[in-house]
Design a protein around this ligand. Structure first.
Ligand SMILES: [Zn+2]
Ligand SMILES: [Zn+2]
Length: 133
């Protein structure tokens, strides 16, 4: 009986069964795609993940920030505006993005990592990480 049903299913069905079985056996696989051409598991494209996670406004913010970032560093002479250090420079949002701050030159300032951390000392580690783009 078992043998008969094995023989009567198509290759596609066999792969489908295999994929379903593997996903049940290993929950990590539920985020993966089985490519039946190469017979390999691969991660879903990171691009897809990104577009799903990030809102369009957020990625627009990030690309405009990445564009203006070198200009801010340049304007501030590649130095921390608080202590003058030239090491580990970050560009800081004076008004936080989460509070409506934008990527305009007036809202951005160059700070070294140390001074930047001080600015975010009350924000918790996650918002500091998020701000270190
Ligand atoms: Zn900051
Ligand atoms: Zn500094």
């Amino acid at each position: 009986m078992q043998l008969l049903s094995m023989q009567s299913i198509t290759e596609d069905q066999a792969i489908e069964n295999y994929v379903a079985y593997m996903k049940r056996a290993n929950p990590k696989r539920s985020n993966m795609i089985f490519d039946s051409k190469s017979m390999k598991w691969r991660n879903k494209l990171p691009k897809e993940k990104h577009t799903k996670k990030k809102s369009p406004e957020r990625s627009k913010m990030e690309s405009s920030f990445n564009r203006i970032r070198p200009q801010i560093l340049n304007r501030d002479g590649n130095k921390c505006t608080e202590c003058g250090s030239e090491k580990r420079l970050n560009v800081h949002h004076i008004v936080k993005r989460s509070e409506g701050g934008d990527n305009s030159r007036d809202n951005l300032v160059t700070l070294c990592y140390k001074c930047h951390t001080n600015k975010h000392i009350h924000d918790g580690v996650y918002s500091l990480m998020a701000s270190l783009v």
